[in-house]
Ligand binder design. Structure first.
Ligand code: SAM
Length: 188
């Protein structure tokens, strides 16, 4: 397990039909780039959670995902009371209207759990006030997946090479062809 404070990703406003692929991709990107926990909100969707669970089972690690019916309550509690260890955490909202990420990330405390908040359908205005940081990855509209990847790569530069992925299949990087080692082969 990583000794860094946990990184949570809160996905607001999931729409089951319209967002099924992008929300799965968002969760997979969260996992691959070093987040620990994915919080799905909006319409309930077991398929997204099953996809993430299945990838984590096959490729290893401790990544977890759950559905949250009241995301604003979850976020307020995270920021004001309990980020999982009995003390408040830090929430960062990714939005094209926020401050530049490369100048602002160095100001964020690294000793507390963080929640990265990304929107889908219209983001409730109160999110801007609840989160301690509103951060843009450039001020043009693009994608929550791209915004999350850029943020996490900056926050955890080693996240994609994390030892958190132990216990599952490991892809061996190579110029051409495919090689995957099972967890038994790795521990031999
Ligand atoms: N309102 C649009 C809709 O209903 O289709 C979707 C907005 S956008 C695709 C979804 C999310 O991507 C935003 O809420 C924000 O979290 C993220 N996002 C998009 N562009 C961004 C940027 N330039 N910087 C940071 N985050 C961004």
């Amino acid at each position: 397990m990583s000794s860094d404070p946990p990184v949570h990703v809160l996905r607001l406003g999931h729409r089951r039909e319209r967002d099924k692929r992008i929300t799965s991709h968002l969760g997979l990107t969260a996992r691959a780039f070093g987040a620990d926990n994915f919080v799905l909100s909006g319409e309930e969707d077991p398929n997204v959670l099953e996809t993430l669970e299945s990838v984590s089972e096959r490729f290893g690690g401790n990544f977890e995902a759950h559905y949250e019916k009241k995301p604003m309550g979850w976020l307020r509690n995270f920021v004001q009371n309990d980020a999982g260890d009995g003390s408040p955490g830090v929430a960062i909202h990714l939005t094209m209207y926020g401050l530049p990420w490369n100048e602002t990330i160095p100001e964020i405390p690294t000793d507390r759990p963080i929640a990265i908040v990304v929107g889908g359908a219209k983001v409730p205005g109160e999110v801007f006030g609840i989160c301690q940081y509103n951060i843009s990855i450039g001020n043009q509209p693009h994608s929550e997946v791209a915004a999350l990847a850029v943020f996490l790569q900056t926050w955890k530069p080693n996240g994609t090479h994390s030892s958190n992925f132990t216990g599952g299949m490991t892809v061996v990087p190579m110029e051409s062809g495919k090689q995957i080692l099972s967890s038994e082969e790795i521990s031999e």
